[in-house]
Design a protein around this ligand. Structure first.
Ligand SMILES: *[C@@H]1O[C@H](CO)[C@@H](O)[C@H](O)[C@H]1NC(C)=O
Ligand SMILES: *[C@@H]1O[C@H](CO)[C@@H](O)[C@H](O)[C@H]1NC(C)=O
Ligand SMILES: *[C@@H]1O[C@H](CO)[C@@H](O)[C@H](O)[C@H]1NC(C)=O
Ligand SMILES: *[C@@H]1O[C@H](CO)[C@@H](O)[C@H](O)[C@H]1NC(C)=O
Ligand SMILES: *[C@@H]1O[C@H](CO)[C@@H](O)[C@H](O)[C@H]1NC(C)=O
Ligand SMILES: *[C@@H]1O[C@H](CO)[C@@H](O)[C@H](O)[C@H]1NC(C)=O
Ligand SMILES: *[C@@H]1O[C@H](CO)[C@@H](O)[C@H](O)[C@H]1NC(C)=O
Ligand SMILES: *[C@@H]1O[C@H](CO)[C@@H](O)[C@H](O)[C@H]1NC(C)=O
Ligand SMILES: *[C@@H]1O[C@H](CO)[C@@H](O)[C@H](O)[C@H]1NC(C)=O
Ligand SMILES: *[C@@H]1O[C@H](CO)[C@@H](O)[C@H](O)[C@H]1NC(C)=O
Ligand SMILES: *[C@@H]1O[C@H](CO)[C@@H](O)[C@H](O)[C@H]1NC(C)=O
Ligand SMILES: *[C@@H]1O[C@H](CO)[C@@H](O)[C@H](O)[C@H]1NC(C)=O
Length: 716
């Protein structure tokens, strides 16, 4: 069985599903012949390799297309079939996403007269928006995010007066936002962040009274931010951050429906208006990195996610927001005071929340730590993961893990002499509780075997990373004064280089060491020249007050929606700090030296149990796939492989390529002639288990889809 980053089987799944639909829909209406013809032109302009119209797309609700990359495979066609006595259909929704289509936006879409919605996000399209679309009378939604579209935003878009959605984000549009767009008074969603725009924020935005969401993250647009946008009463989601000159005065906000409010790093001054605490629906509230002063009223009920880091807020920390345990509240880097009875609380981040004279209590107010017993001279952290032991010429050294099942979007953790403070919520990922640790491990389910995919001297350090959508600080206390060499280890393990559209992803963040900006707009992939490659950044620093701090900050730049919404922020794999005089240092590990260095780590039992339960669930599916797989054995190059091909790919199952042992066979690393890295699971003839298990496993792998799980690629 061969597994790789492909969704070959998910495409089979699609096939399976629409076969069922064909069976259940009788007396079928069909797509108007003119639109069938238009579809062919549209596909050709988009760069679709092969369009298969043997089934009516209005019946199958999908376009069957062939592309080199089929990973995403998200095409949806919706039709209105009430024409000509329910016999003729017209396309109303045209959605083709994540196909990495290499062509242009098709002007021919204007031939689909009844079109209401166009969604071509997450492709690789170039050019600009065709003005022909303006002739579509029912068109209300244009979504072309995450492509390579460029040039000026066309003035002609002002003619699309019925538009409610205009989503242009993550492209390369340049120039100013034309004032003609002020005619689009029906807009509810207008997103243009992550482009190369210039000029000022258009005044007319404050006149788009139906607007529900406005996002201006590091837009590059200049001030002033029109006051009128804070009166757009239909806004649900308002996010402004990191603009050059800032906002200054806190705006008067009277928008009742607001659910998300981000006013980050805008140089806001003065107290937080008390009316903010009364907004009934507010769920996420981010005022971090401004210069806000004053106290939070004792009776204020903070929203579920509240970030107030990096201000000058004062007052007793244990009154007010501290009392509301149900919220994740970040009070770090402020000017609060506290009384001796104050205790640390989960989900209340108090790191550096005071200006106390005592460095240690300033760092960790409300903690029991108030003086140092002894001082350390080195720091080694495996970010987002477990303890890891590294072997070098000087011995075996421990990188302490920071992954203790911590959750919460405003957490601070500290152990004996180091800790971290991680804040922010990935608001668009659709998950109420985010995971801040990510893993590059490809886990073959069932065999519970792990494969590291980062090429580095010490790949173990890059198997996991900690990420943060706002601010992430690692700190050490009771650290000996002196000069140190800090090494920061990075690898881009969240993005991939495989598909063209995924290559459009850009991550930028800033790195501060001891409060000093060391790297601005740091881009791991660029520095490492690729994903899953290590890059180590080194800086010399001094410790003068027995504390050390390394802080990463996401300043709103880069993409946020590729390959999925919520993929952004800072990311770090490991940290090592040694005195300047020593090139290697650390806490030596003295346990039995016989353990193998690259021992594959097994996953906790619970995963195994879950896998077993799921395997039963998918048994039936498995049987289907097995049949499909056999039937398709000759159909496509990807589905089926000969034993000879696999021998070539794995160097005749060379023991050197063995990466693990599963329940009923060994797993080998291999490479196909086209360069695709694969894992090959060879069924053992000694195993008493057989076809049934094989079928189950296929079913499982085909159905389970997760960034950290390998995909089934084919069989032999
Ligand atoms: C088109 O798709 C149908 C199933 O929908 C399949 O049977 C047929 O072989 C496909 N044709 C081509 C040329 O791929
Ligand atoms: C496909 O697109 C639709 C509509 O945009 C969306 O609801 C759905 O979640 C997407 N499916 C996948 C697998 O991305
Ligand atoms: C068309 O179908 C709808 C239900 O989908 C039905 O209400 C309507 O009467 C049909 N019209 C004709 C002309 O058959
Ligand atoms: C906007 O919608 C109205 C009513 O649906 C329609 O009459 C008009 O032609 C549309 N205008 C444009 C420019 O599409
Ligand atoms: C931005 O616009 C100004 C004038 O409006 C122009 O001088 C400048 O070159 C533009 N910058 C970029 C990067 O296009
Ligand atoms: C916004 O609307 C007001 C009143 O409707 C109008 O006076 C003003 O000119 C408009 N501003 C812009 C920039 O369109
Ligand atoms: C922030 O605002 C103050 C005035 O309130 C101004 O003096 C200062 O220059 C601003 N800082 C930045 C970085 O724009
Ligand atoms: C911090 O708060 C105290 C009052 O609690 C105040 O005297 C002091 O000026 C504040 N410090 C800063 C830097 O604002
Ligand atoms: C440092 O002090 C702690 C107690 O605070 C103690 O457990 C530890 O053994 C000490 N370490 C050294 C190297 O003395
Ligand atoms: C970056 O990687 C590409 C291939 O992935 C290679 O062609 C290029 O030379 C590399 N650039 C540098 C600066 O190493
Ligand atoms: C740090 O200091 C060492 C000497 O102590 C020097 O060799 C090294 O180049 C310095 N690194 C950086 C990044 O400045
Ligand atoms: C480190 O330096 C600070 C400031 O110079 C001093 O107060 C402190 O006692 C020093 N710590 C140690 C352990 O020498």
């Amino acid at each position: 069985m061969i597994m790789s980053q492909s969704r070959h089987f998910s495409s089979l799944l699609t096939v399976l599903i629409f076969i069922c639909l064909v069976c259940t829909v009788s007396a079928s209406p069909s797509l108007h012949p003119d639109e069938v013809k238009a579809l062919k032109d549209i596909a050709s302009t988009l760069g679709v390799k092969h369009l298969n119209l043997s089934e009516d797309p209005c019946l199958t609700k999908t376009l069957v297309i062939t592309q080199d990359v089929l990973k995403g495979h998200n095409s949806t066609i919706r039709c209105d079939c009430h024409f000509n006595n329910n016999k003729t259909c017209h396309i109303t929704h045209f959605i083709l996403k994540t196909f990495s289509l290499p062509g242009r936006l098709p002007p021919e879409l204007s031939k689909l007269h009844y079109l209401e919605s166009i969604d071509l996000c997450l492709n690789y399209l170039y050019g600009s928006i065709p003005m022909e679309w303006a002739s579509l009378p029912y068109l209300t939604s244009i979504s072309v995010c995450a492509n390579q579209l460029s040039g000026d935003i066309p003035k002609g878009l002002g003619k699309f007066i019925n538009l409610t959605q205009l989503i242009l984000e993550a492209n390369q549009f340049s120039g100013i936002i034309p004032k003609e767009l002020g005619n689009l008074v029906n807009l509810e969603g207008f997103r243009f962040s992550d482009n190369q725009l210039n000029g000022s924020i258009p005044q007319f935005i404050g006149n788009l009274s139906k607007l529900k969401r406005l996002e201006l993250y590091a837009s590059g647009l200049r001030e002033p931010i029109p006051d009128s946008i804070f009166r757009l009463e239909n806004l649900i989601d308002l996010r402004i951050s990191d603009t050059t000159a800032g906002l200054g005065q806190f705006p008067h906000i009277i928008i009742k429906n607001l659910k998300y409010l981000v006013l980050r790093n805008l140089n806001l001054t003065g107290p937080i208006p008390t009316t903010i605490w009364d907004l009934p629906n507010l769920m996420a509230f981010d005022l971090s990195f401004n210069r806000l002063t004053g106290e939070i009223p004792a009776n204020a009920v903070p929203p579920k996610y509240t970030y107030l880091a990096g201000n000058l807020l004062s007052g007793k920390i244990e009154s007010g927001p501290f009392l509301t345990a149900s919220t994740n509240i970040d009070l770090s880097y402020n000017n609060f005071t506290w009384s001796p009875s104050c205790r640390e609380r989960k989900n209340v981040n108090t790191y550096e929340s005071s200006q106390s004279k005592n460095r240690l209590t300033r760092l960790l107010p409300c903690s029991a730590i108030s003086q140092c017993q002894n001082y350390s001279k080195s720091l080694h952290i495996n970010c987002g993961g477990p303890d890891v032991t590294i072997e070098n010429s000087r011995g075996r050294f421990l990188y302490e893990g920071d992954n203790y099942g911590l959750t919460g979007s405003a957490m601070n953790y500290h152990g004996k002499n180091w800790g971290f403070s991680n804040t922010g919520d990935f608001m668009d990922d659709g998950q109420p509780e985010d995971a801040y640790s990510i893993s590059s491990l490809s886990v073959v389910w069932f065999t519970l075997l792990s494969v590291s995919s980062v090429s580095a001297k010490y790949p173990e350090l890059y198997q996991t990373a900690r990420r943060s959508p706002l601010s992430l600080a690692y700190f050490a206390f009771c650290f000996e004064n002196g000069s140190y060499n800090v090494k920061l280890h990075f690898a881009e393990i969240q993005f991939s280089d495989e598909e063209p559209y995924a290559r459009l992803a850009k991550r930028f963040f800033n790195i501060y060491v001891q409060g000093k900006l060391i790297w601005e707009d740091f881009n791991i992939r660029e520095e490492a020249n690729g994903t899953h490659k290590e890059v180590i950044k080194e800086v010399n620093t001094t410790v003068t007050d027995n504390t050390l701090e390394i802080r990463l900050y996401w300043a709103g730049k880069g993409t946020t929606i590729i390959p999925k919404r919520g993929n952004y922020g800072s990311l770090i794999s490991a940290i090592s700090v040694c005195p300047s005089s020593e090139s290697e240092c650390g806490v030596e590990v003295t346990t039995s030296p016989v353990t193998k260095e690259h021992k594959p780590r097994t996953y906790p039992l619970i995963l195994g149990i879950a896998a077993l339960i799921l395997s039963l669930t998918f048994m039936i599916f498995g049987a289907f796939y097995w049949k499909k797989c056999v039937r398709n054995a000759d159909a496509g190059k990807r589905g089926s492989f000969s034993l000879k091909q696999l021998k070539v790919a794995t160097d005749n199952f060379d023991p050197l390529n063995k990466i693990g042992e599963g329940g009923f066979g060994s797993v080998y690393k291999g490479r196909l002639p086209d360069g695709t890295l694969i894992a090959v699971k060879k069924l053992s003839s000694k195993s008493c288990q057989g076809n049934k298990e094989f079928v189950n496993e296929i079913g499982m792998i085909a159905c389970l889809q997760h960034p950290n799980l390998v995909k089934l690629y084919g069989c032999c």
